[in-house]
Design a protein around this ligand. Structure first.
Ligand code: MTE
Length: 306
């Protein structure tokens, strides 16, 4: 089931899920070296990232049952219901365009060369709900540096797999496929931008974008494209699925911004998924990552470049 030697065994394999969180919190307070020594070697597989928030993650149940993944249908439960139809092994990612070493890269090879770590990120969907998710991933920049980005490259384009025989939403044609997303090169190179291959210490469930998905925590969730099969370096701004469909509602940047409303609803607050009572909270500029990313947009009018 696991794709690389680095992720073959995880802490979660030897620890009941209910204890997983508690133990990790204890670990965090123990001083990493002392804590690691007492645990199975596999626990060192995913060191905690300096970029993690200290917020309590949502439950695995929340994270895997309330999803957007139109390839499997438009309902929040469809990805969990139909995700198992997708075969993610073998998997390769085509990397092309303005790179020195274009090619079809085997996922196992990508992961074997990656510094996987756990990153607990805030997640904010454009539909004004949010979660906190403990990803396992690595910096997109490290992969891009490995393939050599040419000096003329300005953007990165991403595409999801097209396989309607295993993705019922694609068979219905509920969107124009492939699902496409894009980032400016400096956004892609920011250390907060990761490719995730797991969550809660295990491989990504299919509904969350197995086997490899983007996570850009200061942008609305639709920028975090799932089940990636192609990464292309370009010198022009790439087309993206949601802004092609409705450019007035979904811009290329799609930074989380409480001051710029969606034409049909406010973005000033969000509903945190989980628990019995729906909790509303204020949305933070750049989803709370202002310190790390505000410089990327210096001098831009974010109500124009939304
Ligand atoms: N990627 C693909 N390929 N297809 C999709 O429909 N939905 C996006 C994004 N990535 C989507 C996608 C949207 S709208 C959101 S909010 C997030 O995935 C949801 O990620 P999650 O289900 O892991 O929370």
């Amino acid at each position: 089931m696991f794709k690389s030697s680095k992720s073959r065994l995880s802490w979660a394999d030897v620890t009941p899920k209910s204890e997983f969180l508690n133990r990790r919190q204890i670990m965090a307070g123990m001083g990493a070296a002392a804590g690691m020594a007492a645990l199975p070697a596999s626990a060192a597989t995913f060191p905690a990232s300096q970029y993690s928030t200290d917020l309590e993650p949502n439950s695995l149940e929340d994270i895997t049952s309330y999803n957007n993944f139109y390839e499997f249908g438009t309902g929040k439960g469809d990805p969990a219901r139909y995700g198992h139809l997708l075969n993610t092994d073998p998997w390769s990612v085509q990397i092309d365009g303005l790179v020195d070493k274009p090619g079809d890269y085997d996922l196992a090879d990508i992961l074997d060369n990656a510094d996987l770590e756990e990153r607990i990120y805030r997640f904010r969907c454009v539909e004004a709900w949010s979660m906190v998710i403990p990803w396992v991933g690595f910096e997109l920049a490290s992969l891009l540096n490995r393939v050599g980005v040419q000096s003329s490259a300005k953007y990165v384009a991403f595409e999801t797999l097209v396989r309607p025989s295993e993705m019922p939403g694609q068979a219905l044609g509920n969107l124009n496929y492939p699902y496409r997303e894009g980032l400016r090169l400096d956004e892609a190179m920011n250390p907060l931008t990761i490719l995730a291959s797991g969550l809660y210490g295990e491989d990504l469930p299919n509904q969350n974008g197995a086997p490899l998905r983007l996570v850009v925590p200061w942008k609305y969730g639709f920028k975090s494209i799932k089940s990636i099969v192609r990464i292309t370096l370009t010198d022009t701004q790439p087309e993206t699925t949601w802004s092609n469909l409705n450019p007035r509602e979904y811009g290329f940047y799609s930074n989380v911004n409480p001051n710029v409303d969606h034409p049909r609803w406010s973005q000033a607050s969000e509903r945190k998924i989980g628990g019995l009572i729906a909790k509303r909270q204020e949305t933070l500029m750049f989803n709370g990552y202002e310190e790390q990313v505000a410089d990327l947009y210096a001098g831009m009018d974010l109500s124009v470049d939304y």
